[in-house]
Design a protein around this ligand. Structure first.
Ligand code: TXA
Ligand code: MG
Length: 352
């Protein structure tokens, strides 16, 4: 696995992005930074290349991949004609953390990308390195998050190296990603309504602000979501640290008094304990490792930090973790969604 450091003047390569683009064109697997998380890219038209992604990640084959593009013209021949609303959303949010699920042109892509669905998720990332790579590769690039399946998504190149070294051809190191959580995945319910399949970098509030007449069906409002997930990826335990994580909801000031006795008891059983807390209360916990999400008034900072902090619990061998919940306003919706996934559904309300 080749690692290109993009901000290193001593770098051995004069044109790392060009080399990476060439690698993609010749069927290789290249991890690259985006504004959300690092992606693991392959030529979306080549089944051989795309099969490599599933293999490297250990990803279930029924979970489709997002296709990344550098310009809207790349959608010609890739997706069927789409309604005005889709066009407006692209204009407003691309490049950016929004994935649109649209009907795919049959045979335009490897069937592995869509996991046999008649639709494909497409997005244009808001990251200079990603855009340059995609435009120089010249092909649609299928790219899931560049982590081993089930592990927290990578927000640093070192996370990619940790999970995938030896399994992929290259990693472009562009430093820390911006948003820190994956893109918002939506489909169009009708000409005026979108359905959020996965909450992410673009919030419900942002959709309403951009298109005042838009109808938004939130991710939580899906009937029988557990039985028939519309976004196949949402049914898997995800983003999970190795230790058992419990999310604690309630009056924030009351959470330490609930968690500390449990942490004490776990320590007596010989377990290593961890807490994920907002800055306002990091000093109120007695766990072995207490990590700081930043201020509860700055949820964008918590989003940026979350995955790296979950990995730190793993590095320290923590077996029991409690996390403070946050408001689900704005980016908090996506943050809570990821925390709940990481907790495998272990969420406790202490004020009821
Ligand atoms: O921010 C992101 O979206 C990152 C970066 C690398 O772009 N990518 C990412 O990909 O998060 P991945 O594979 O980890 O997640 C893709 C999600 C899954 O939940 C998958 O089920 C959903 O998108 N998805 C993809 N294609 C779909 C489709 N045709 N219909 C419904 N859901 C789809
Ligand atoms: Mg992922």
């Amino acid at each position: 696995t080749k690692l290109w450091m993009l901000d290193d003047p001593e770098s051995a390569s004069a044109d790392p992005v060009g080399e990476a683009a060439e690698m993609l064109r010749s069927g290789g697997l290249v991890a690259f930074p985006t504004e959300t998380v690092y992606g693991l890219g392959a030529d979306a038209r080549s089944s051989e290349a795309v099969a490599g992604i599933f293999k490297a990640k250990g990803r279930p084959s029924d979970n489709p991949l997002i296709v990344h593009i550098a310009s809207v013209s790349q959608l010609d021949g890739l997706v069927l004609p789409y309604p005005k609303l889709a066009e407006e959303l692209m204009e407003r949010f691309w490049p950016g953390p929004l994935t649109l699920v649209l009907p795919v042109v049959p045979d335009a892509l490897s069937p592995l990308v869509t996991a046999g669905l008649p639709t494909v998720g497409v997005r244009m990332p808001d990251h200079q390195v990603a855009l340059e790579l995609l435009s120089r590769a010249g092909c649609p690039v299928a790219a899931p998050s560049a982590n081993k399946s089930g592990r927290p998504s990578p927000t640093l190149a070192s996370h990619v190296v940790e999970d995938l070294r030896g399994f992929i051809d290259g990693v472009l190191d562009g430093g820390a990603t911006g948003v820190g959580l994956e893109s918002t995945v939506i489909e169009l319910e009708d000409e005026h309504t979108i359905r959020i399949l996965r909450p992410g970098g673009v919030t419900e509030e942002a959709f309403r602000q951009a298109c005042p007449d838009i109808g938004v069906i939130g991710a939580g409002e899906q009937e029988d979501a557990a039985l028939q997930p519309r976004s196949p990826g949402m049914k898997y335990t995800h983003y999970a640290p190795k230790g058992e994580l419990t999310v604690v909801q309630g009056e924030p000031g009351d959470i330490p008094a609930y968690v500390n006795p449990l942490a004490e008891a776990a320590k007596l059983r010989g377990e290593l304990t961890g807490v994920l807390a907002f800055s306002e209360r990091v000093h109120a916990y007695n766990a072995d490792l207490v990590l700081d999400l930043g201020s509860e008034s700055k949820l964008d900072e918590a989003a940026r930090r979350l995955y790296a902090l979950l990995r730190r619990f793993d590095d320290a061998g923590i077996n029991r973790i409690w996390s403070e919940a946050c408001s689900d306003e704005g980016l908090g919706g996506a943050l809570m969604n990821r925390m709940q996934k990481a907790a495998g559904g272990r969420v406790i309300r202490i004020d009821k």
